[in-house]
Structure formats: C-alpha cells, structure tokens
Design a protein around this ligand. Structure first.
Ligand code: IPE
Ligand code: IPE
Ligand code: MG
Length: 241
C-alpha cells in the first residue's frame, strides 16, 4: 500500500520568496514518446497548481523562470510554441487566479518579446496591480547578466547626464527588474540540473538552493513542501557565524 508522506513544515517559517527554475519539460515528454511541446503544456498546467499551493502555504513572492534570454537558441518551432503557451497562460491566469489573490508581474527584457505579448503583459499587470496576496513574478526573456548590464547602463547614463549617482549595491539593486521585490530565500531547480542558467544572479547571492531530480511536469505540492522543509532545516549565516 502506498502512503502519502505527511510533511511537517513550520508554518511560521515559510520562505517569503521562492524562485523556481522549472526545468525538465522536454525530458518528461521524451520519456513518454511525446513532443517537447507536450511537456511544456503539462509544465504550464503544473505551474498553475504550484501557484495556488504556494499561496496556500503563505509564500509572498513566487518567481518562476519561464523563458531565458538563451532560450531563443532553440528551434524556431519550439520557441513559437513556447511563446504561444506563455501568451495563453497570461490570458487565462487572471481569470483563473482571481479568487486566489494573485498579482502577476513580469521581469525580463520586454522589448525583445513579440508586440502581442508585451500588450498582454501590460494588460495583466494593470488588471492585477491592486491585488494583495501572492506576487507571481514571471521571468520572461530574462537573463541575470543582461539585467545587471541594463542597470549599469542606466547608472552610467545618469552619471554622464550630470546627475549625482552613487555606485552602491542599493543604487544598482534599484535599477534591476526586481527593484521592489525582496531577494529570493529559496531557489528550487527541477530535473536534476545543478546550475543557475543565468537566473537571478544578483538577487540569489544568499538564497538557499534546492535541487531535485523530479522533472517539472511531475512536480507536486508535496515536492514543494519537501523543498520548504529542507530550507527550514538549514542555518542561514550570511557570512556570519
Ligand atoms: C524547461 O524545460 C522549460 C524551458 C526552458 C522553457 P526544458 O524545455 O528545458 O526541458 P529539458 O531540460 O529539455 O528536459
Ligand atoms: C533554464 O532552463 C531556463 C528555464 C527554465 C526557463 P534551460 O533548460 O534553458 O537551461 P540549460 O540550458 O539546461 O542551462
Ligand atoms: Mg532544460
């Protein structure tokens, strides 16, 4: 008989900000003899579940890596399908999540996205702006290095226009896409890969990392709880003792 393992997490110590590198859609599909796109579809379904679960657990910010600046290197057909799926997700998310108090925000290089997608992002952000509950932050055409470069360019432009700018961590952080979002406490990556792939390089400096072999389309609320439990059993020292 199969027992569902009950995971005892401390509800008073839920990470405020969880970030997820949702990886393994392609392998999940391949294992089943299906097209990669099928894996992405399943992945999008799982995301909806995990958003609700995170909110129920009391997470305040959930950042998910949906498309990296490097993902444009994939075959055109896969990129097109991914864009289509993300657009669909944005279109449905608002309705779907409205009873769950989810505010949607997007980080990444917007100008590099199809115009239709940019419009949809603006629409969904505007419509959910006043919702309080969980902030779902979708990293789309996102790259950590590019984000830092953009922030530096802004600082340089301000300085060369004669404005007095301080070069401090705070000044730089204020020019990142995440300017009003706290740093992630916990970064989860699925599918067994143990790398950041250009995700939240600046913000993740002191995040706890959790890697699991589970492929994203198989990721469940129980896996999320397992990651939180692992987080709760760690000692964050931030360089201290
Ligand atoms: C993650 O799954 C989704 C995106 C990167 C958009 P992958 O598509 O990377 O799946 P694998 O790593 O090939 O299995
Ligand atoms: C990272 O996954 C990007 C997303 C999950 C959106 P990839 O599958 O693109 O990363 P690499 O290529 O294995 O590093
Ligand atoms: Mg991958």
């Amino acid at each position: 008989m199969l027992f569902k393992k009950k995971i005892e997490i401390d509800s008073s110590k839920i990470p405020k900000h969880i970030a997820i590198i949702m990886d393994g859609n392609g392998r999940w599909a391949k294992k089943r003899g299906l097209s990669r796109n099928f894996g992405h579809k399943e992945g999008s379904r799982v995301l909806k579940k995990i958003v609700r679960a995170s909110h129920n657990l009391g997470v305040k910010y959930l950042t998910v890596y949906a498309f990296s600046t490097e993902n444009w290197q994939r075959p055109k057909d896969e990129v097109d399908q991914l864009m289509k799926l993300i657009l669909e997700y944005l279109r449905n998310a608002e309705e779907e999540l409205k009873d769950h108090s989810v505010r949607i925000r997007v980080i990444g290089n917007r100008k590099g996205l199809p115009a239709e997608m940019q419009d949809e992002i603006e629409r969904v952000e505007a419509n959910t702006r006043n919702i309080e509950g969980l902030d779902l932050v979708i990293a789309l055409n996102y790259g950590g290095r590019q984000e830092i470069l953009e922030a530096v360019s802004e600082l340089v432009a301000e300085a060369s226009s004669g404005k007095a700018v301080e070069i401090t961590e705070t000044a730089l952080a204020k020019r990142l896409y995440t300017k009003d979002i706290p740093d992630p406490d916990l970064i989860i990556r699925t599918s067994g890969e143990m790398r950041l792939s250009n995700f939240l390089l600046w913000q993740g400096t002191y995040a706890e990392l959790f890697f699991t072999n589970v492929l994203w389309p198989d990721f469940t609320e129980e896996h999320l709880q397992e990651a939180i439990l692992s987080y709760q059993n760690r000692q964050r020292r931030f360089g201290g003792v």
